[in-house]
Design a protein around this ligand. Sequence first.
Ligand SMILES: NC(=O)c1ccc[n+]([C@@H]2O[C@H](COP(=O)([O-])OP(=O)(O)OC[C@H]3O[C@@H](n4cnc5c(N)ncnc54)[C@H](OP(=O)(O)O)[C@@H]3O)[C@@H](O)[C@H]2O)c1
Length: 287
Amino acid sequence: MSYPALTYTLGDRQVARLGYGAMQLAGPGVFGPPKDEARALQVLRDAVAAGVNHIDTSDFYGPHITNQLIKQALYPYAEDLVIVSKVGARRDEKGGWKPAFTPEALTQAVEDNLRNLGLEVMEVVNLRSMLDVYGPKEGSLEPQVEAMIKLKERGLIRHIGLSNVTAKQVAEAQAMTPIACVQNLYNLANRQDEALLDQLAAQGIPYVPFFPLGGFSPLQSDQLSDVAKELSATPLQVALAWLLQRSPNILLIPGTSSPEHLKQNLASADVKLTPEIVQRLNSIAQP
Ligand SMILES: NC(=O)c1ccc[n+]([C@@H]2O[C@H](COP(=O)([O-])OP(=O)(O)OC[C@H]3O[C@@H](n4cnc5c(N)ncnc54)[C@H](OP(=O)(O)O)[C@@H]3O)[C@@H](O)[C@H]2O)c1
């Protein structure tokens, strides 16, 4: 791996800060099987061979498909591989995203993850708030966090994380149980979580931005392209390098279905940004 110094503690495991998000491996709309299964398996194997030891997934990707691909490609898993999943949603017959947010549904989801990944215990599971599917919404998550604590007590989960949550919800959950990580929408252009990110950094808790490249429509900006040209890098490599320099507790899980893009994303650790360039990139953020 070309970035050995870039590690951070997730739960009680040390992981490379450049990980991999597996959502793009399912079919179009994260629904059904991939068009090219061999390519999907290759991406997973290449990632681990390159030193990735943090993979983000969910049983509702596909559904089930992404986890089954991970198992097919990587089982038996390397000892240092940390697979992080999330629960809280389900898919309807058309691929729509629906809440599955009762304690019973959360329990079922953890059991589905374990079965499809071939694991006896999940290292980290994020409780993905579904109070609003499209973004964080205030409201108590107490019953859901309680259900996660029960799953931990049953030995099915080692660490509990949160996703799509507000700072208030993080505080509420932390009063009930240790929180291992927070996974929210954040990237060069979407920076509503600045305060929460800094707060978690002060506590030594990983912040895992989802859509680090902008999600289904990757980031595009003239300023980003100009910087990329100057650095002989791609715009998306610069976007990842910006996240790496933003805070040491940021763990990256860029998603791709392409072995070539995977290679480019991992090489973003070698893209060095000067303070002057960081300042220029900072101005891309939407107010
Ligand atoms: N907690 C949540 O609610 C939540 C929500 C969304 C996602 N997630 C997690 O976050 C992970 C990352 O999010 P994401 O995959 O949706 O978005 P992303 O990482 O921001 O971007 C993925 C998109 O960028 C493209 N891409 C990746 N590398 C590229 C490259 N080097 N050059 C050009 N295009 C590139 C991908 O297409 P190609 O396949 O063609 O490369 C795909 O369209 C997911 O895998 C998932 O595990 C969590």
